[in-house]
Design a protein around this ligand. Structure first.
Ligand SMILES: [Zn+2]
Length: 44
């Protein structure tokens, strides 16, 4: 699960449990990023 800081836009790959805070600006407002579902469909 990745997070994105709302304040500065920093993307955090992983956070220690219980420490939801941006390492760059110390903001506690992070949004969860879902891994994009990469679909590769080949029509052959
Ligand atoms: Zn930040």
């Amino acid at each position: 699960m990745s997070y994105k800081c709302i304040a500065c836009g920093e993307v955090i790959d992983s956070l220690p449990f219980g420490a939801v805070r941006c390492p760059s600006c110390a903001s506690k407002v992070l949004s969860k990023l879902r891994d994009p579902i990469a679909k590769t469909i080949k029509a052959e």
